[in-house]
Design a protein around this ligand. Structure first.
Ligand SMILES: [Zn+2]
Length: 442
């Protein structure tokens, strides 16, 4: 009697949902303030234990007490080749249980989904990566090149205590890494039954959060007054908030629009690409923001009493600029801000961009089509930011490649930082099979 051959990756595919549930149950809410951020240390220790169980050793470095970052290296068989980094963040944004159908930190499994904060951003990829390397260790699989794993803190507040800290203080751990994969990309958009676009992130916008401050003459609220800081600030904020900066089609965005045009057999007007992007559903809100620099007013602060005109007023603006557009963006801002209002950066981080070509990209394409014959990989530009901004400074080409074959009807974009965040177990199992093909040979 011959034994049935075990399904490849059976272990990884059967444990990934439980790994994700366990990780979601460790509340790693990142409020932006270390005093109230909890759980990152516990999560890093949990990852360390899961790796240790299969004989993979790791190191944990804290940027501050509790802000823990874990790195492990899986040796490849071909030590002459450069290494590849797989990085994921362990922190999540806050969630209010009152708004959710299940408790956001329950990790509940229901209807083929794992529910909870972090299920798509990005504990799913963390769990997929862990499940895969544990399977490899148990079955004796070795990748071709070294695979470095990083599970970091603080991405949701800009990564100063996570990826930036590791790059600044422990760069040696990433020695030899020339490429990196992580969020946000690799997920599918269904065009029709036999065609799905898989959006691989090759570029992301830079981040320029700023404070505007207007000065004026303080005085009594009942007097005639023509030098009011609140009025001056409000006018600048209104100009910024109601303006739409010009469309700029970067090379990766052109490539993306060509792919959309081809997939849907539609013409795209380069002056109004939004019309075509709307075909993609809710994800077009994320992608559409990468057609131009953007600046959205977010906070206002002025005054302390109704009958006192304050001497200053301030506002914060969330600014995002395309790769290569820093100088142009500053010019655009200053024209809108006008006289008597100063601008200072609060948080500033670079835009990153790489090309959608080379052996690793070819392998991503092959791995996707091997698991989904209807797959077509396309490069896309993210409007938000990720830890790629940090790792790129070490000379790595960074890709958003967390492969997921998503149900056609799922509104994936709204789940990021959203209510009832959840991920289908099938999608993660697909992702593990794609990652296995990719990371073995990459
Ligand atoms: Zn994320």
């Amino acid at each position: 009697m011959s034994q049935p051959t075990p399904t490849p990756l059976a272990g990884a595919q059967s444990e990934v949902a439980d790994l994700l549930s366990e990780l979601i149950r460790i509340d790693t809410t990142n409020t932006g303030d270390s005093a109230t951020s909890a759980g990152e240390r516990q999560a890093a220790e949990w990852v360390a234990a899961k790796l240790d169980e299969v004989g993979i050793s790791s190191v944990v470095h804290e940027s501050e007490p509790g802000r823990a970052n874990l790195v492990a290296r899986i040796e490849g068989t071909n030590r002459d080749r450069p290494a590849l980094l797989v990085h994921g963040h362990l922190d999540v944004v806050p969630a209010d249980p009152a708004e959710w159908s299940v408790h956001p930190f329950s990790g509940e499994q229901r209807d083929g989904y794992v529910w909870g904060r972090g299920a798509v951003d990005m504990k799913d990829m963390d769990a997929m990566t862990l499940a895969l390397v544990r399977d490899w260790a148990r079955t004796g699989v070795k990748p071709d090149r070294d695979i470095v794993l990083a599970f970091v803190a603080d991405e949701e507040a800009g990564g100063r205590k996570g990826a930036h800290f590791m790059v600044d203080h422990h760069a040696d751990l990433f020695e030899g890494c020339t490429e990196a994969i992580s969020e946000v990309g690799g997920f599918s958009i269904t065009v029709r039954d036999d065609l799905r676009l898989y959006l691989v992130q090759t570029a992301e916008k830079g981040l320029a959060w700023m404070r505007l401050t207007a000065g004026g003459r303080p005085g009594h609220g009942s007097f005639v007054h023509d030098d009011n800081a609140v009025t001056r600030l409000a006018a600048a904020v209104a100009r910024i908030g109601s303006s739409r900066l010009p469309t700029v089609l970067t090379p990766p965005m052109r490539e993306f629009l060509d792919a959309v045009s081809d997939a849907y057999s539609i013409e795209i007007d380069p002056n109004e690409p939004e019309v075509a992007l709307a075909r993609l559903g809710s994800i077009s809100r994320m992608i559409g923001a990468a057609l131009r620099n953007t600046a959205n007013p977010t906070m206002l602060d002025a005054g302390y009493k109704t009958n006192v005109i304050p001497g200053t007023a301030s506002a914060t603006i969330d600014g995002r600029f395309l790769y290569g557009q820093e100088a142009e963006f500053e010019k655009q801002l200053d024209e809108l801000i006008g006289e008597g209002v100063t601008r200072e950066w609060i948080t500033y981080d670079q835009a990153v961009e790489t090309t959608f070509d080379g052996p690793s990209v070819d392998l991503m394409v092959q791995a996707l089509t091997a698991e989904d014959p209807g797959a077509r990989a396309v490069p896309f530009t993210m409007s938000g930011g990720t830890d790629a901004k940090s790792f790129e400074t070490l000379g790595m080409r960074c890709f958003g490649f967390s492969p997921l074959k998503l149900p056609a009807e799922l509104d994936f974009a709204s789940l990021f930082h959203g209510i009832d965040e959840r991920i289908s177990v099938d999608s993660m199992q697909f992702g593990i099979r794609v990652l296995d093909r990719f990371l073995r040979q990459a």
